[in-house]
Design a protein around this ligand. Sequence first.
Ligand code: FAD
Ligand code: SIN
Length: 524
Amino acid sequence: MRKKVDFLVIGSGIAGLSFALKVAPYGKVLVISKTKMAETNTAYAQGGIASVMYKPDNFKKHIEDTMIAGDQLSNPDAVKMVIENGPEQIEQLINWGTNFDKSEKGKYDLHKEGGHSEYRILHHLDNTGFEIQRALIEEAKGHENIEFAEDFYAVDIITQHHTGEITYRWRTDVECYGAYVLNEKTGKVDTILSKITMMATGGIGNIYQTTTNPTIATGDGIAMVYRAKGIIENMEFVQFHPTSLYNPKERPSFLITEAMRGYGAILKCKNGEAFMEKYDERANLAPRDIVARAIDNEMKNSGDDFVYLDVTHKDAEETKEHFPTIYHKCLELGIDITKDLIPVVPAAHYVCGGIKVDLQGRSSIIHLYAAGECSSTGLHGANRLASNSLLEAVVYADVAAKDAIETVKDLKHNTKIPSWNDEGTTHNEEMVLITQTNKEVEQILSNYVGIVRSNLRLKRALDRLELIYRETENLFDDSIVTKELCEIRNKINVGYLIIRMAMRRKESRGLHYTLDHNRLRTKR
Ligand code: FAD
Ligand code: SIN
């Protein structure tokens, strides 16, 4: 099948849908998702969305908090733009039907999370992302120019490479004409020609053994752009959320929101001792990299598989009211959080780097934009401040939309694109190979490229991944494409990018902590 649209949006989370809603009055939009529209990282977000709302908070404080969390590696222009545009985009989300909790006096009830100097997290109970996703889908479904396609898996973006005329000399001459997309219902790869393409494919959590991310998060967009010779950056900065519920059989790991520490919960060792004061004066509300490393250190020293989060000293009714999802989830597992300590462990949560974009959300590939978690805007630097990612996604979708609306006017489709060629390939019956490769990749990344790294560990990871890379590329060349095969190929590409970028960074900075460049920061 061959289809032409003005805007192809790959991904139906907050980034993809808010972009789609903004460009829809200017042309035909196709939004594709690899599974169902609502199965996104967005829908799993608990804590909320950060934005300056009321005094004594102001932009300067939010900017400073973001720069500090990012270990001063953030791009100040991106930080300023995202934070100063925050209130307007929050208003937009509300106009699209998102409900944020209000206090009795009618003002928004703001939470505080690690690294924030003020209360500025808008939320909907403890399931903010679900509420945003619901509102966006409802709004987008009502738009006559937006078409949805579920179980449509983007395999690769289309560039000069596919037309057979390699007309580009520099990486910045590569042009995007759409994408090859596997229609899971027919098993065929369709050609979608677009004037503008938005990459909004979300995170990468599933390259690790333990992650808070749903299974869709396999870094597809980053890998596609890397293969198309687009610029990828900052991949060494992978954020591990300090507190996912310890329940080894469950994937994804269930998150215990940082807002719970903002509410007063305390991290404790198995012997009941609170330990965060040893590591940072901000204790339980220190930025995530510090808290995750402290937990990792405590677990390694004690040999325990988890630490505890204690919220039992707070008012039980208030706890249930603020965190109903967490309360019920833990209760199902026999943990009453108003009486029992919660076993928690860090889990891969968010990638700060990705497809490099400018202040208009443009990638280095012409007519390809990126927004949301798959992009690298410069906002997060070496570490993301909690609840800044939903904000970043909606602000960058807005600036990208404004730029794309202007650009699309002068564009025509490239009609010289060949259909997908699967000549000479056969069905690969060896699912065992894919399943085992997945396990190996996740093990390599978790064992050697996790919270604490070293030159030797990274080298070992690279050696092992290179072998798997060659085997998988051969398999890909010989096989009819399936989603599973594409995903493992993408996971390997993303793992490779993280390792190479981690090897290049000869310092411990933010989320990239290496034994070869300094020791764990503890207050003596
Ligand atoms: P997503 O919402 O992940 O959407 C990705 C979309 O891309 C999906 O529709 C998927 O199907 C599609 N896709 C991917 N690959 C392909 C492909 N090959 N072909 C077709 N479609 C594809 N951030 C905050 O700011 N505040 C929070 O409180 C917060 N809590 C979080 C809690 C959890 C448990 C998790 C996992 C994350 C949390 N985050 C939070 C991070 C935040 O949710 C994500 O960074 C953000 O939602 C990403 O949005 P997105 O639109 O970029 O991608
Ligand atoms: C959380 O609720 O702790 C997650 C917030 C985030 O990832 O920004």
